[in-house]
Design a binder for this molecule. Structure first.
Ligand SMILES: [Zn+2]
Length: 93
């Protein structure tokens, strides 16, 4: 086991593909996908918008404190760690 904290580890990078999310302009489509509900799982570069249940995708691994923007509902959020350890998005006012 390394003693390095996750914050010191370089972030993993992700290749994004177009998942056909047509609620935003074409050039932004790869940054979003629909949440498939029960059985769906979030990748380390994905976070669920709590407002409209759209998955926001990043080209790099997401970490606590990151700011994300949901273009589908125009909400700004910050990535936080939930009690169960999962990364979730919290709306910023
Ligand atoms: Zn949203």
């Amino acid at each position: 086991m390394s003693s390095a904290s996750p914050a010191e580890r370089p972030r993993a990078r992700f290749e994004l593909d177009d998942r056909g999310f047509d609620e935003v302009p074409r050039k932004y489509r790869k940054y979003y996908r629909r949440w498939m509900g029960e059985g769906d799982a979030l990748a380390p570069n994905e976070v669920l918008c709590p407002v409209c249940k759209v998955v926001i995708r990043s080209s790099r691994e997401l970490r606590e404190g990151d700011r994300v923007y949901c273009m589908a509902c125009m909400t700004r959020m910050r990535v936080v760690r939930a009690e169960d350890g999962l990364l979730i998005a919290r709306v910023e006012y």
